[in-house]
Write a protein that binds this ligand. Structure first.
Ligand code: ADP
Ligand code: MG
Length: 614
């Protein structure tokens, strides 16, 4: 057989390398910003058009390049940052692989202007798909400007794979944050389609964080500091009450480089143990400095995953440092998670040792009379305070308890088709009671109906909000005193994107162009104290949802609102509310499933019951 192995031409090799380095416009942003920082810039401008698909430009006032260097910089493995393998163990720069520019130039149209201090004129270089199109001498300020246009012009598959402009812009903003947060001494400007999104003057770390995330951040930060032989730690964690459902404000920097580390993340989360609920994430901005010899940054082309020599020690130090700060700044006692005790199962209870419910028999006990009257509200289903939790099982024999819990398990497996079709015939009896603060039980002709209170109410609210968004008739409750809520620039952009849908469900805003937005009206179901939380979650879900799902904006908002406002498991419902819930559920278009596709109710038929008794 003839020889068949060939060396790949450079432009093909570059294109392959680009697949690793450049996943999306945000990757280009990261590489260009890092190059500008490595060049010693004190002022960096980032200019983006159409989520980076049309243009990504980074302009810096750094050291610039000579004519020869300008040409060489686009060659693969061409770098000024290391010259031998030993240098890898003492890295002071972001870049060192000499791959980024070569990769970018292989899959885009690149326009570079650059000049060093020693020359009066600079170099203008145009490269398209690894081919030099032109090279001229130009008058240009000291520093470098690199414009990347038509990303993936020669790889349609990659181009088609890109998400909407807004989503790509979000990724770019994330990268921008990661770089800007760890270089507060550098001034940054970030423009998108002609508007300035960020103007970050030279600052210290704390100021930079609040310039990026909004003034509200300042009061949330608790400083963290420790200096040991293994690591120097500085930065901030956010107070536990500001922990969020979504990830986003978690930043580790190792030797001035943003890194991802699930292991160290765990260390921080575990320091918050007992202070936050298990399903939320604490915010943190932690700057680690370690001996460059003890860290390997070379394990991944984008250099965000790193390996530390002594991760276990690092974990322990980090955990105790954060714990110490939280204690020192007296953060520990603040346990007012939601400001609204109605929103969840009584958390404090989880902390207590499990105590068996009392077994005193109350002869006069009647589950149908046991409900507590809830105050009237405009809500179709009233919420009831979680007080009296302990009394719930009082009067039930242990055997009954056991029977009840097994009932719950069985019920999950015995779900049948819709009763909606026969709802006319099978109207619930009007007698209801609550089981384990989780189900509303009623009887229908053919058996026992168990309605999952949380999922059912989610369904009811979901259809209500969806209807309101589409027909624009949500009832707004005007606030006597408008509430000021501050948002980061990025979150504000999202709020603007979804504002019409929010108006339709009853929200009203003023000052939507400023960091501090005035909320002047809310849907009737939203309590004043819950406004901030609901909006935060909406934004968070929107950020995530838009990426992964094909839901429409209306569906997404209706889903988030219903999820956040629905009656929770653990809430006591009075009789009226139980009935209203059952009634509303079977008035829904799709009563069988919650918006998250979980079953909302089950029926245990007479036959099933008979069988059990045999
Ligand atoms: P690396 O950063 O890993 O060295 P790059 O492909 O990103 O590789 O850049 C190649 C070289 O081009 C760098 O080593 C640097 O010398 C030069 N260079 C790139 N961007 C700039 C810039 N903005 N200012 C000055 N020099 C730059
Ligand atoms: Mg580089």
């Amino acid at each position: 057989m003839a020889d068949i192995i060939k060396l790949l031409p450079d432009h093909v090799a570059n294109q392959i390398a680009a697949g690793e380095v450049v996943q999306r416009p945000a990757s280009v942003v990261k590489e260009l910003l890092e190059n500008a920082i490595d060049a010693g810039a004190t002022l960096i401008k980032l200019i983006v058009k159409d989520g980076g698909k049309a243009l990504i430009q980074v302009v810096d006032n750094g050291q610039g390049m000579s004519e020869t260097d300008a040409r060489l910089s686009f060659e693969r493995h061409a770098t000024s940052k290391i010259s031998n393998a030993q240098d890898l163990f003492n890295l002071q720069t972001k870049g060192f692989r000499g791959e980024a520019l070569a990769s970018i130039a292989a899959i885009a149209h690149v326009d570079m202007l650059t000049r060093t201090e020693d020359y009066e004129v600079g170099t203008h270089l145009k490269i398209e798909g690894s081919k030099v199109v032109s090279q001229d001498i130009v008058a240009t300020p000291k520093g470098t400007s690199i414009a990347v246009k038509n990303l993936f012009f020669n790889i349609p598959a990659r181009r088609n794979f890109l998400k909407s402009n807004q989503v790509e812009l979000r990724h770019i903003t994330d990268e921008f944050h990661r770089v800007a947060l760890v270089h507060p001494a550098i001034e940054f400007h970030f423009y998108n389609n002609g508007t300035e999104l960020f103007n970050l003057p030279k600052a210290n770390e704390r100021q930079r964080i609040s310039h990026v995330f909004g003034g509200k951040m300042t009061e949330r930060l608790v400083p963290v500091g420790e200096d040991t032989e293994v690591v120097k730690i500085s930065g901030f964690v956010c107070k536990p009450e500001f922990a969020k459902k979504s990830r986003g404000e978690q930043f580790f920097f190792a030797n001035h480089r943003f890194i991802k580390s699930p292991y160290l993340h765990h260390a921080v989360v575990s320091a918050f143990e007992g202070l936050i609920k298990p399903d939320v994430f604490p915010g943190y901005f932690l700057y680690l400095e370690v001996d460059p010899k003890s860290i390997d940054i070379n394990i991944h082309p984008t250099k965000t995953e790193v390996k530390f020599d002594d991760e276990h020690t690092l974990y322990a130090i980090l955990r105790s440092t954060v714990k110490h700060s939280l204690g020192q700044f007296n953060v520990a006692p603040v346990l007012d998670f939601e400001h609204d005790p109605n929103l969840d199962t009584p958390y404090a209870y989880k902390e207590k040792d499990a105590v068996l419910p009392g077994v005193t028999v109350d002869a006069g006990f009647n589950p149908f009379k046991e409900s507590v009257k809830a105050p009237k509200s405009s809500s179709p289903v009233q919420k009831q305070s979680v007080k009296g939790w302990e009394t719930l099982y009082q009067g039930l024999e242990m055997d009954e308890m056991a029977a009840f819990s097994s009932l719950e398990i069985e019920s999950e497996t015995e779900v049948q088709g819709s009763i909606y079709g026969d709802a006319e015939v099978e109207t619930p009896s009007g007698i209801t009671f609550q089981l384990q603060r989780k189900f509303v039980v009623s009887t229908i002709k053919s058996g026992l109906l168990l309605v999952h209170q949380n999922r059912a109410h989610e369904r009811v609210l979901f259809e209500k909000f969806l209807g309101e968004i589409t027909v624009k008739e949500g009832i707004s409750q005007q606030l006597l005193f408008p509430l000021e809520v501050s948002f980061s620039k990025q979150d504000l952009e999202i709020l603007k994107e979804v504002k019409d849908s929010l108006y339709n469900v009853g929200f009203a805003f003023e000052n939507l162009d400023q960091e501090t937005v005035k909320v002047t009206g809310v849907p009737v179901l939203v309590s004043e104290s819950g406004i901030g939380t609901v909006l935060d979650r909406l934004i968070a879900d929107y950020k995530e949802g838009y990426e992964v799902s094909v839901l429409s904006q209306a569906e997404l908002i209706a889903k988030t609102l219903s999820k956040n406002l629905a009656i929770k498991t653990g809430e006591i419902l009075d009789n009226e509310s139980q009935l209203a819930l059952v009634h509303d559920l079977f008035g829904c278009k799709e009563p069988t499933l919650s918006p998250s596709h979980k079953k909302t109710y089950t029926i245990i038929s007479d036959g099933d019951i008979e069988k059990k008794l045999n």
